[in-house]
Design a protein around this ligand. Structure first.
Ligand SMILES: O=C(O)c1ccccc1NCC(=O)[C@H](O)[C@H](O)COP(=O)(O)O
Length: 260
């Protein structure tokens, strides 16, 4: 499926190459900003809250979907980063959501899409993204290196998503600071947070470690925190809740109980 999604991006990339004014984006970047994430000083696990309308496997997740309201409620309830899915065909995302969210909250904003070409990095910068997801499984080492370097040159922080040991090994050879482990199995799309528990020890503490997918409850966060994870990325559990902000507060509440 990942390959199908990425292939669907080829046309979009072609259109973007014809329409995007790269020189203009570069000129704006001269007044470059770089919002960088850091580990919580008190050792708390931090939460990246996702704006996710639909999933390719489950279809529509959220009927009353208002990305701006959702982002504000995530911010008010303790999120550290807002993740915005902009991919349209499979996730029913929209590119417009990102600038909308960016202007509505103070938190750093991550763009989640299927980045296969440098031109999408320029586009992400133009949209206002602070962080950009790069999926290791879509690239070889050289193409990832080029994308990572472009991201940093344009003042954005790449979050390099991995699945498995080989990809983590590759990530450790790249100039990245944030490594994600996606708990979704790319063959059958089953989700199991034990992937993160198994793989986190392979990543040195000089990196920020993110666990993604299938995280639903405070007990998942507790486990991941004690395994040395710095951030969790949560989508479905929040957007399917009657009140996404309240759900976020609820799954983080164990940190208050433990006085963290
Ligand atoms: O979300 C899916 O169903 C999906 C299917 C195929 C490829 C990727 C998919 N999700 C992308 C993501 O990275 C998730 O949206 C993200 O990690 C949040 O996961 P969750 O909390 O389980 O919604």
């Amino acid at each position: 499926m990942l390959k199908t999604i990425a292939e669907g991006k080829l046309k979009e990339v072609k259109r973007l190459r014809e329409s995007l004014d790269i020189a203009q984006v570069e000129a704006r970047c001269e007044t470059s900003r770089q919002i960088s994430l850091s580990r919580d000083s008190g050792g708390k696990l931090q939460l990246i809250a996702e704006i996710k309308k639909a999933s390719p496997l489950k279809g529509l997740l959220c009927r009353e979907f208002s990305p701006l309201e959702m982002a504000r409620s995530y911010e008010a309830n303790g999120a550290a980063v807002i993740s915005v899915i902009t991919e349209q065909e499979f996730f029913d995302g929209r590119k417009e959501y990102l600038p909308l969210v960016k202007t509505g909250v103070k938190l750093p904003v991550l763009r989640k899409d299927f980045i296969i070409d440098e031109v999408q990095i320029y586009e992400s910068r133009q949209m206002g993204a602070d962080l950009l997801l790069l999926i290791a499984a879509l690239h070889d080492y050289d193409s990832l290196l080029a994308l990572v370097e472009k991201c940093s040159a344009l003042g954005m922080e790449p979050l390099l998503e991995t699945h498995g040991r080989e990809e983590i090994k590759m990530a450790l050879d790249l100039p990245v600071k944030i490594i994600g482990i996606n708990n979704r199995n790319l063959r059958d799309f089953s989700v199991d947070i034990r992937s993160s528990l198994d793989l986190l020890p392979l990543i040195p503490d000089s990196y920020l470690k993110v666990s993604e997918s299938g995280i639903k409850e405070a007990s998942d966060l507790r486990l991941l925190e004690s395994a040395g994870c710095d951030f969790v990325l949560v989508g479905e559990a929040l957007v399917t809740a009657a009140d996404p902000g309240a759900k976020l507060r609820e799954i983080l509440s164990y940190q208050q109980e433990e006085g963290l």
